[in-house]
Design a protein around this ligand. Structure first.
Ligand SMILES: C[S@@+](CC[C@H](N)C(=O)[O-])C[C@H]1O[C@@H](n2cnc3c(N)ncnc32)[C@H](O)[C@@H]1O
Length: 222
């Protein structure tokens, strides 16, 4: 992949030569917002492309959920970092993020405690691989959830079906890798799902590997 294409993705994809070029030249052509989303969390590489990070962040500002439940923290430097930043900007709410890998989970907690203490009030790290463990945090109504776990279509589907029972009009669902194997079953099933979903944002290649923001319009009739 060429340098220009990588500028649509994120800083951590650049090799050493490309980083020098970016820091000496292109960084100054980027707006402050583009720099924020492109560069991400220095010292903690995460996933998600520039446009996806921006869409995730803006969805939180637009909908102002009390919580966003995330599956798949990874290092905490990608989606979690931007979700936590959005809640910090709102000054309320938090991302509750679940990671199955114990060492990644511990690394996130340590990193945020030491390096990002200002974001710590806006993020809660949960270690586990069973989405059902999040039930006590949800309460009676689910405001927002984000699916970005394993590249496993049936696991993603189970996670969706768990969250669906708490959905109501206005619940926001976001999903990454919308065009990959991870989302294959959910993509096919959604037209038949119990809830009606309106697509608010849909990003496609080359700026995304598929990222969607959907808003629940309520339970389907009949
Ligand atoms: C694609 S990565 C997430 C990337 C992250 N959202 C980012 O933007 O940097 C998927 C992560 O989900 C984790 N994972 C896999 N199965 C899981 C499960 N059942 N529950 C929670 N996390 C899971 C993996 O260990 C991996 O860290």
């Amino acid at each position: 992949m060429g340098y220009q294409s990588k500028l649509l993705h994120h800083y951590d994809e650049l090799n050493t030569r490309q980083r020098i070029r970016y820091n000496l030249m292109d960084r100054f052509r980027f707006s402050a917002a583009d720099r924020f989303f492109f560069e991400g969390c220095r010292g903690n590489p995460g996933q998600m492309f520039l446009a996806e990070r921006r869409a995730l962040y803006e969805a939180i500002l637009r909908h102002q959920p009390r919580h966003c439940f995330e599956i798949g923290t990874y290092t905490g430097g990608g989606s979690t970092f931007f979700l936590a930043h959005a809640f910090a900007r709102l000054g309320k709410g938090k991302v509750i993020t679940m990671e199955s890998d114990a060492s990644l989970h511990k690394g996130c907690v340590d990193f945020y405690r030491k390096r990002l203490p200002e974001l710590f009030p806006f993020v809660e790290f949960v270690h586990g691989d069973r989405v059902e463990a999040l039930s006590p945090n949800i309460g009676d109504r689910l405001d927002c959830f984000f699916l970005d776990g394993a590249e496993d279509a049936s696991q993603t589907m189970s996670q969706y079906l768990f969250f669906e029972q708490f959905c109501d009009q206005g619940t926001v669902m976001m999903a990454h890798d919308w065009h990959t194997e991870k989302m294959k079953d959910l993509r096919a099933m959604l037209p038949e799902a119990a809830m009606e979903w309106r697509i608010e944002v849909c990003l496609d290649p080359p700026v995304s590997v598929g990222f969607v923001v959907m808003v629940c319009e309520g339970r389907k009739q009949g």
